[in-house]
Design a protein around this ligand. Structure first.
Ligand code: IMP
Length: 421
């Protein structure tokens, strides 16, 4: 059976742990969107990793790891990651890089700085938006271009000329040289050349053969370029609706769509956040939950769980089940709030607005639930959770009418409750 793992909030839901757990059974793991803006925390055999590009199957020897066409890849970061993981596992991971995936080049990061968009939107400053922009403008460089270095120099010459016309006063831009850039790129790409192939065909074949294929989403639904809180979004499709296109497979291929939701809300970067807590409760979540970006180290903004946003995300992804993470972080709260609806312009609504500007004006309407003080350590069944924690699980399930299949009560793989439904 194939499974897609999808973030249902603003990213950082704990997809890394869940993907790593499920990857154990997978023949193929396919990362389908984004780039090194993602930061997945994975604990493998007691060692903690913050991965950015590699799919979670790299921790298992026989799993094929696909970086799909919807991704943007920084080969320098990929190389560092692969080397670090190979030193830990003792084998080189099996990689398949989609020939149509776009490459992040040094000038993409530079552009984010020159344009000031990194500061304005609070991006991860990894060159994500400029790379996706080049893709749409048909001036990008793709993995398959590495197979024809002569053509690559010509493409880069043309691209750099354009860049120099736009930024004549930037010394860093003016000194960019196509031949030098190509040489550096070919050097860092050397170990990956044999892995560049038609990933869409490989994924389709694996699905045809009924292999266990795991699709690994990055970022979260509310950061989706089309369906998120625009313009405070990332530049790719983070949801199930974008998955098929990002890979190049027909839509009905994925039967299990597991949405990952954290027991509270977080957001990094700029943008509206109705349930944000700028008090000691929020900073408590931040400290106890280790809510600091894996990619940038920035503190994450924290708040109560937003069920309006969650209902929207569940519907958009067609989630068939949920994985609820970090419920242990709520231990010790006297009471717990969940946002059931918004008040906007004197009206009550349970609809999530598509515009970031409208969301800015939404006030949360809360329901208050009981908290619990008992530690959740070692609990292996939802029935053994403190009554208030079990009630919290039930409240979420009822609100979004979707079963919670997995409850994560700590960062380690063992701290996981699987439910028989
Ligand atoms: P970009 O993806 O670097 O362009 O950043 C756009 C927005 O998405 C910023 O608010 C980032 O903080 C946010 N973002 C991008 N990737 C992630 C992620 O993996 N987790 C959480 N937020 C992210």
């Amino acid at each position: 059976m194939s499974t897609a793992i999808l973030g249902l909030q603003w990213g950082d839901e704990g997809k890394g742990k869940i993907t790593h757990l499920l990857a154990r059974e997978a023949d193929m793991v396919v990362r389908f969107n984004g780039g090194p803006n993602a930061g997945h925390t994975v604990i493998d055999r007691g060692v903690k990793f913050g991965t950015h590009l590699v799919p979670a199957g790299v921790f298992y020897p026989d799993t094929v790891n696909v970086l799909a066409g919807g991704m943007v890849i920084d080969l320098g970061i990929l190389r560092e990651e692969v080397d670090t993981i190979a030193a830990h596992t003792g084998w080189a991971p099996k990689l398949l890089i989609a020939e149509n995936a776009h490459l992040i080049l040094p000038y993409h990061r530079l552009l984010e700085e020159l344009e000031g968009s990194g500061a304005h939107f609070g991006t991860t400053r990894r060159g994500i938006a400029p790379t996706y922009r080049d893709k749409a403008a048909k001036i990008g460089v793709r993995a398959c271009d590495l197979l024809r270095p002569d053509g690559l120099v010509k493409r880069l010459e043309w691209r750099l000329n354009l860049l120099k016309r736009q930024w004549p006063d930037s010394d860093e831009v003016v000194k960019l040289d196509a031949a030098e850039l190509t040489e550096g790129l070919m050097d860092v790409a050397a170990p990956f050349i044999g892995s560049i192939a038609n990933a869409a065909a490989a994924v389709a074949a694996a699905l045809d053969e009924k292999q266990n294929v795991l699709f690994e989403g990055a970022q979260g639904t509310l950061l989706d370029i089309d369906h998120g809180t625009y313009p405070f979004v990332t530049s790719s499709s983070t949801t199930y609706v974008g998955l098929a296109n990002s890979i190049g497979i027909p839509e009905p291929a994925v039967s299990r769509r597991l949405g990952v939701v954290k027991a509270y809300q977080t957001r990094v970067g700029e943008g509206p956040f109705p349930t944000e807590l700028e008090d000691e409760i929020g900073s408590g979540f931040q400290q106890r939950g280790g809510e600091f970006g894996v990619t940038t180290g920035r503190p994450r903004r924290c708040g109560w769980l937003d069920l309006v946003a969650l209902r929207y995300a569940v519907a958009l992804n067609g989630a068939t089940g949920l994985a609820l993470t970090k419920i242990d972080v709520l231990t010790g709260c006297d009471e717990i709030k969940v946002c059931r609806a918004y008040s906007v312009g004197g009206r009550e609504t349970d609809r999530f607005p598509l515009s970031g500007e409208v969301l800015e004006g939404c006030e949360p309407i809360y329901e208050t639930l009981s908290g619990w003080r008992e530690s959740l350590e070692g609990i292996d069944a939802v029935g053994h959770l403190p009554a208030a924690a079990a009630a919290y699980v039930a409240t979420i399930e009822e609100a979004v009418r979707t079963p919670i299949e997995i409850v994560s009560i700590g960062p380690e793989p063992e701290a996981t409750i699987y439910r028989e439904l």
